[in-house]
Design a protein around this ligand. Structure first.
Ligand SMILES: [Zn+2]
Length: 133
């Protein structure tokens, strides 16, 4: 019953470190209409996972994205915001602090009970206004 497998080899396979993106990811970019550097949502990517277009969730301006630009994925300013509460009713622009994803900003009301929230890494759809939860 003695069998030692060489799993160590497989676990140490080197992976090329290349950052790719998906639609819905968050990137920091200067928004000209908003006059501020803020989180944008990736709207489209190339086949190789490079960003081609981004959307500003605040003013809805869609702009092309230069992949040579400095990216700060996963970073967000720490904001003092209330913890996410699904029974609350949120409005666009409100901020929250989620137990898993950290601080987020409401970017859109999808349905009466659903909101899109931009977190540090990507946009996520949450429920809200659920008094019956
Ligand atoms: Zn904007």
């Amino acid at each position: 019953m003695e069998k030692i497998e060489k799993i160590e080899k497989a676990a140490k396979a080197p992976k090329p470190e290349r950052q790719t993106y998906a639609v819905g990811d968050r990137v920091e970019k200067l928004c000209v209409p908003c006059q501020e550097e803020r989180g944008h949502v990736v709207a489209s990517v190339t086949k190789r996972g490079l960003i081609s277009r981004v959307t500003c969730p605040k003013c809805n301006t869609r702009s092309s994205f230069s992949n040579g630009a400095k990216l700060t994925k996963g970073r967000s300013k720490s904001v003092n915001s209330e913890p996410y509460d699904r029974t609350r009713t949120y409005r666009t622009g409100q901020t929250m602090s989620h137990p898993i994803w950290g601080s987020g900003e409401v970017t859109a009301l999808i349905e009466p009970r659903k909101i899109d929230v931009l977190f540090a890494d990507r946009i996520r759809r949450l429920i809200h206004s659920r008094a019956d939860a």
